[in-house]
Design a protein around this ligand. Structure first.
Ligand code: ACM
Length: 705
């Protein structure tokens, strides 16, 4: 890590005040160590010391008391202090007292707004609504959390903060379908979101690879649809003694767990937006209930490939009845205004080819498959509206014609949002790649698996939430959302790492006024932010402070240090083995298994070795698969061929893969001699192989003298 940025704003002021050298200048503006940056911040004279036994008053009833207790819990977690909660309406100022005051009559208060005043001997957080008061508590804890405990006290310097969000939708989406996270992890994720004033958790609960929400009327959705054999040889060899078959991966959320999660979120001012993805991404549901599908021979196992499957729901009345009954249970569990019905990536090949679907289209008077998706979406939208809910879908729903009440979540860039707003729809911006948290955020070999293109913290921070014409259509923009898709995010620890601190950048984009957006200021506040993460046990990336990586000739060149021959950066993929413990991560171009080591001085190099792994080729990429060129092997197991400067011509060295053939994890190949060269050259690496599966990948290469 680079040295930490200098302490700034209120932090420095407090240290000075405690030292007695100088008091804060009344009326001066100060930038507190708070993310997202609050609206108006004015320094005040004096300071407050919070210590064991400091009293919290909570005039305003049970909600205020609950928020007071929430603050007390946070301060206990960060500093070990025990505050005393007084629920009677008593605002007597005494040393260090903290008041949480709900005032429903407060004039001119924006939704979710709060005021926080630290003056000598007294902290007052006030708001018209409980959610505003909650955010005041969060800001107060952030002010405190940046301070060390000194002589048993946290000292806050005088300040007045008036704050309200820029957007009402400040979302994260978590894909629990591709990989399942425990209910406990979901609760932690909600905790972390709340501390960033994020207020919508999009919950992607259904997809081809898993159905994760218990539906009482259709128990096979989870009994069957929540379980799959993971891809790869390692998983295939992992036999479950109970079934004598490969062990199944999966899980689902019971309705009881969901109710607990929804209530926990509500207490943190977070609405959970459930997504039931239709008509595509439907394979798991169709495996559970084949009558929902289009094909005469429907898929019989929940699949483990990534990419876009062609399996769609059919459009029988019985299928709509099924979906309405599913939505009944969804609405009973999730009280929020919006229900997400997906709509993305529904390739229409099966609808096009099916005589039955074509007959239904004629019956329904629908002229194209796109319009059929419009009909499909509208049916569910009407059903939701009849039950007092609003529909939201991915931007593809615009293609089929969709009722004006439906809101549109723009993911294929921001164009969907611009079109949606122009047509009178409310919209949420969650464009790929900038707000897709499955893209890696750094380039080091320790970066967890994800998509290959780098989306840095700064990229997220600099995202413009009102691009182009939306600057004039602000009223249509509900807000922004970052999406954590989890095809390549297998573990909870990696889900946290991919999220933080990029979701903190998103939080500031979503909350703070445009005039507050300032990368240098944000970067300077990260030291305090990372301290909070360590306090709370949040795994996060500190790549923003990583020095540029340079690798010497005789050091290991990891796959992340090589360049793909195609110039594409496709995927940073995890090995499928070992089943337990850390796995290697390889940057791979699944369309062209070819890598370049940029110019290295080969003058004294005499030999070369490489560590290689084999990973399942589990990608639904349609016709692209036919275009992949494979070099034929010379031996049964194939070879890693090394060429000088370019990727054609005769190999300079050949490393046989025989020793790696039966190892699911990483194998260090025997070294091969490299004929002497002089000066700097690049080296090209290509595997020879007969089949795409498994896909060979380089973990590292090493040159020796
Ligand atoms: C999506 O990324 N398919 C919404």
């Amino acid at each position: 890590m680079r040295p930490r940025p200098a302490l700034c704003g209120v932090t420095a002021t407090v240290l000075l005040a405690v030292g007695g050298a100088r008091a804060a200048v009344p009326g001066a503006s100060a930038l507190p160590d708070v993310i997202p940056m609050p609206g108006a911040v004015v320094a005040r004279p004096g300071a407050v010391a919070i210590r064991d036994g400091t009293e919290i008053f909570a005039p305003g009833g049970a909600e205020a008391a609950r928020i007071g207790a929430y603050f007390a819990d946070l301060l206990h977690a960060s500093h070990g202090l025990s505050l005393r909660l007084r629920t009677r309406d008593d605002r007597r100022a005494r040393d260090g007292a903290i008041a949480f005051a709900l005032d429903p009559q407060a004039p001119d208060a924006a939704p979710e707004s709060y005021r926080l005043e630290v003056s000598p001997g007294l902290v007052v957080v006030s708001a018209r609504e409980a959610r505003g008061l909650f955010y005041g508590a969060v800001t107060l804890w952030q002010l405190a959390s940046a301070q060390p405990l000194r002589a048993g006290a946290v000292v806050l310097s005088g300040v007045r903060i008036d704050d309200a969000p820029r957007f009402r939708w400040r979302g994260l989406m978590l894909d629990s379908a591709r990989h399942f996270q425990s209910p406990d992890f979901i609760l932690r994720y909600l905790d972390w979101m709340a501390l960033h004033k994020l207020n919508v958790l999009g919950w992607h609960l259904t997809d081809d690879q898993g159905w994760r929400l218990e539906i009482k009327r259709y128990l096979r959705l989870t009994r069957v649809g929540a379980w799959r054999v993971p891809a790869g040889a390692a998983a295939l060899h992992d036999i479950d003694p109970a079934t004598h078959r490969p062990r199944l991966y999966g899980g689902y959320y019971t309705q009881q767990e969901v109710r607990r999660i929804v209530a926990y979120a509500a207490a943190r001012n977070i609405t959970i937006l459930p997504e039931i993805d239709v008509p595509g991404h439907a394979t798991a549901a169709i495996v559970a209930y084949p009558e929902l599908g289009v094909l005469e021979k429907p898929p019989t196992a929940v699949p483990s490939d990534w990419g876009v499957y062609p399996n769609l729901f059919n459009v029988e009345e019985s299928t709509f009845t099924f979906l309405e009954q599913v939505l009944d249970e969804v609405m009973a569990l999730f009280p929020g205004e919006y229900i997400h019905t997906g709509g993305d990536e529904a390739i229409k090949d099966q609808w096009h080819a099916s005589a039955r679907i074509q007959a239904r289209m004629r019956e329904l008077g629908v002229s194209s498959e796109e319009a059929l998706q419009g009909y499909f979406t509208a049916r569910l939208g009407v059903y939701l509206a009849a039950h007092g809910r609003r529909q939201i879908g991915w931007d593809e729903i615009l293609e089929g014609g969709v009722p004006p009440e439906a809101a549109v979540m723009s993911w294929r860039g921001v164009e969907g949002a611009i079109t949606a707003a122009a047509r009178g729809h409310d919209t949420v911006l969650s464009p790929s790649p900038t707000l897709y948290l499955d893209y890696r955020q750094g380039t080091g070999p320790d970066e967890p698996p994800g998509r290959g293109t780098v989306v840095s913290l700064e990229d997220v921070y600099r995202f413009d939430p009102l691009p182009g014409p939306l600057a004039h259509e602000q009223s249509r923009v509900l807000g922004v959302q970052a999406n954590l898709w989890t095809e390549h995010v297998r573990t909870a620890a990696n889900a946290a790492y991919m999220t933080w601190p990029r979701a903190a950048a998103l939080a500031e984009v979503a909350w703070s006024s445009a005039s507050r957006i300032d990368w240098q200021s944000f970067e300077a506040r990260l030291a305090a932010e990372f301290e909070r993460y360590r306090t709370l046990g949040i795994r996060y990336s500190d790549d923003v402070f990583a020095p540029p990586r340079s690798v010497g000739t005789y050091e290991r060149h990891f796959s992340q240090d090589l360049r793909s021959c195609s110039g594409r950066l496709v995927l940073n993929l995890e090995d499928d083995a070992p089943l337990a413990g850390p796995r290697a991560v390889f940057l791979v171009d699944i369309l062209d298994p070819c890598w370049l080591l940029p110019a290295a001085d080969l003058t004294h190099v005499a030999s070369i070795t490489a560590a290689v792994g084999q990973i399942p080729f589990n990608f639904q990429i349609g016709k692209d698969r036919d275009a992949i060129h494979l070099d034929p092997p010379r031996t049964a197991a194939g070879e890693l061929e090394v060429r000088l400067d370019r990727c054609d011509g005769a190999p300079l060295a050949v490393l046989p893969l025989a020793s790696a053939a039966d190892n699911d994890a990483v194998t260090v190949l025997p070294a091969a001699a490299l004929p002497r060269q002089s000066g700097a050259h690049s080296l090209c690496f290509r595997f020879t192989q007969r089949t795409l599966d498994p896909l060979w990948a380089i973990d590292w290469v090493q040159l020796s003298q």
